[in-house]
Write a protein that binds this ligand. Sequence first.
Ligand code: 5GP
Ligand code: MG
Length: 446
Amino acid sequence: MCAIVGVINSKDAAKTAYYALFSMQHRGQESSGISSCDENGIIKTIKASGLVTEVFGKDSFEILKGDMAIGHNRYATAGTQSLLDAQPVAVNYALGSLSLVHNGNLVNKDSVRNELINEGAIFATNMDTENIVHLIARSHEEHLKDRIIAALKKIVGAYCLLIQSRHKIFAIRDRYGVRPLSLGRLKDGGYIVASETCAFDLVEAEFIRDVRPGEMITFERGKDEFVSEQIFDPDPRICAFEYIYFARPDSVIEGKSVYEARKRMGAALARKSKVEADFVIPVPDSGVAAALGYAKQSGLPFEAAIVRNHYVGRTFIEPSQEMRNLKVKLKLNPMSSVLKGKSVVVVDDSIVRGTTSKKIVDLLRHAGVSKIHFRVACPELKFPERYGIDTPSFDELISSKRSVEQVREYIGADTLEFLDIAELVGSLGDERRYSLVSFDGDYFIK
Ligand code: 5GP
Ligand code: MG
C-alpha cells in the first residue's frame, strides 16, 4: 500500500505534492519522497525513511523547484531495506531523465526480474517498481509514451503509476483499477493526480474525475489540455479493502464516500444480529464510522468509550510479560467509569491477525465490562491480498484456518460476528465488481 501524487503546470509543484502526501500519510509511513522537474527539464529528488514531516524541511523546497512534481509515501512491508526502497525512482536512460512512483504490486515481478538479470540488468533495490524502469529503458521505441506502453504489456499486476519526464507526466491505472487514483484541478490552473481525494481538499483542488481503469493520461508542460488514451480494456475490480480500512473516511472513491460506505457496513452488521447491550463502542479510529452505522441501525446508544492516543508513532518499548498489554494500551485506553458492569457491542473494521482484537477484549474485561459482543464490519480475511496491501501470510491470518467460533474463543469475546461477502457487497453497491481476494481467494490477476 502506498500513496502517490503528481502535480503539473502549477507554481511550486513540490510544495503542493508535499501537502498532498501529508494528507495521505495513512497510506504509508515507511518513507516519503518527492521528485520535481523545473522549466529546464532538470529532475531533482529528495527521499528518506520516515514520515512526510520528518523527510522534508524548509530547505527541501529550495532544491525541489519547478512547475512539475511527483511524490510517494511508502507502506511498511516486512524485511526490506527501507531507504533503498524509497520512491520516486529516478534514473537517466537513452531518452534523458525520468522519475516514477508506483502504488500496487506486480504479480509477475520475479520472472520479469530474473529475465532482466539474465540479460545483464543490475538491480539497485528490492522493488518491483524497478522492473518497470528497466523495461522502459530497454525498449527500442522512439517515444517515451510507446516505451511505457511496451513495458506495461510485459507486467502483470495492480498498479497506479505516475511517470515524470522532462516535460510530461503520465498517469496510468491498471485495467482493473484495483487501487484508487483521482484527477483534480488546482486553483492556478494546474492539474493534480492523487491516490485519494482527501488530498484535493487540503490543497483546494477541484475534483474532476477518477483516472479510468486501463487509462493513460498524458499531461504536458504549458498545455492546458491533457490527452486521455484507453491503453488496456477496462475490467473494473476496485479493492473492497480500500473502503473497509485503508482509505481515509473523507475520501471519495469511484463516486462513493468511504465514510458512508463504512456506515452502511455497520448498519448491515446490526441488521444481521440483534443483541441486547447497553451501548455500542468503536475501536478508534478505523472502527468509528461502522460503529456509528451500527448504533443508528440498532437504536442502541453510541459511546466513545475507548480513547486513542494519537502520538504513539513508533515506540521501541517492548512490553514485559507482566505488561503484555502495554503496546495496545499505549494507543487505546478504555474508560472504566463508562464501561464498568456494562454489556457492550464493540465494532471494528477488520480482524487480521487477531492480536489487537484479543488485547482490546482483555483491556475491556479489565475495565469491568460484563459482556463483549465483538462485531467486525467486513468478512473473515482468509487469503493474503497480493495486489498492493501487505496482509500477512495464510498462517498469520487468524481466520484462514479457524472458524468464527475458534476466533471468538481466541480473542475472548462473548460473541463474535463478521459481515458475509454478500452483505459487504450490498453495503458497497452491487452495480459493479470489486476485488475481494482477501475474502474469497479469487486471484483474478495472475
Ligand atoms: P488484529 O486484531 O487483527 O491484530 O488487528 C485488527 C486491527 O488492525 C483493526 O483495528 C484494523 O483497523 C487494523 N488493520 C486492518 N488492516 C490493517 C493493515 O493492513 N495494516 C495495519 N497496520 N492495520 C490494519
Ligand atoms: Mg483499527
